[in-house]
Design a protein around this ligand. Structure first.
Ligand code: ZN
Ligand code: ZN
Length: 254
């Protein structure tokens, strides 16, 4: 099992792709830049797991569905909190801004199926991995995730400001092998981070202190690209291996 970065940025420009990660071959975490995944790899995807309904995380959902309509007969299952899925249905795939693909049937089957992800229980995903959604401190139905595989557990913050439950649930589970945490702003913009329910380096350090173990590699994503140099310079976590996620990077569950 692996998490492979398709895009990891907190915004979009010529050098930076919006958030989308492959969780094994059959699951995507968010769909910000999912349309950049090559067709043969995209054809393997059965589930898109949404952290929340902000545009930078769902943007390419409409475009991958558009490409799938003529290429496959099995549905793409989109999973997320009830609030998140309701926003996607009402404000994006609503037949106005973009087609309602859940009403389009190919050989009698819907091309898009929504499935609400229950909080704080393990849900099986394709590829021998389970996921637990935990509410975090961010709008648009936001959830962080724990991913459990035979080799251990990965904590994935999604977008969030300071939060407690995710770290508490992580501490209750078995062996943690990696953390993926958002850091959107530098410390000089701590007030903006707080106001927009995101993290800056000092806030992220406080969050990581809530974890019981400190020898787990920390993977950073969702940096606003115009602040990335500043964030990288500031994010000094003594004794912790810090990796700034880029497209193509793979976290192996080993
Ligand atoms: Zn967000
Ligand atoms: Zn975001």
């Amino acid at each position: 099992m692996f998490i492979e970065v398709v895009g990891s940025s907190g915004s979009k420009n010529i050098d930076n792709r919006l958030v989308c990660m492959r969780l094994g071959e059959r699951v995507l975490i968010d769909a910000g830049c999912a349309a950049l995944i090559p067709g043969p790899e995209l054809d393997l995807v059965d589930v898109v797991l949404l952290t929340h309904a902000h545009l930078d995380h769902i943007l390419d959902l409409g475009f991958i569905l558009d490409s799938m309509v003529s290429r496959r007969t099995r549905p793409l299952v989109v999973m997320g909190s009830e609030a998140c899925l309701n926003i996607v249905k009402s404000h994006y795939m609503n037949g106005l801004l973009w087609p309602d693909f859940s009403r389009i049937r190919i050989e009698g089957k819907a091309i898009l199926e929504y499935r609400v992800l229950q909080d704080e229980v393990w849900t099986a995903l394709p590829g021998d991995v389970e996921c637990m959604a935990v509410p975090v401190n961010h709008p648009a139905g936001a959830r962080g995730f724990l991913f459990r595989h035979a080799e251990g557990i990965v904590v994935y913050s999604g977008d969030t400001g300071p939060t407690d439950k995710l770290w508490r649930m992580a501490n209750k589970q078995g062996e943690l092998i990696a953390v993926v945490i958002e850091v959107s702003f530098p410390d000089s913009k701590r007030d903006i981070a707080m106001a927009s329910d995101h993290l800056c380096p000092s806030l992220a350090a406080d969050e990581l202190n809530k974890l019981g173990s400190s020898d787990i590699p920390v993977h950073v994503f969702h940096m606003k690209p115009w602040f990335s140099d500043e964030i990288i310079a500031e994010l000094d976590l003594p004794g912790i291996q810090t990796i700034f996620l880029k497209s193509g990077y793979r976290i192996e569950f080993t």
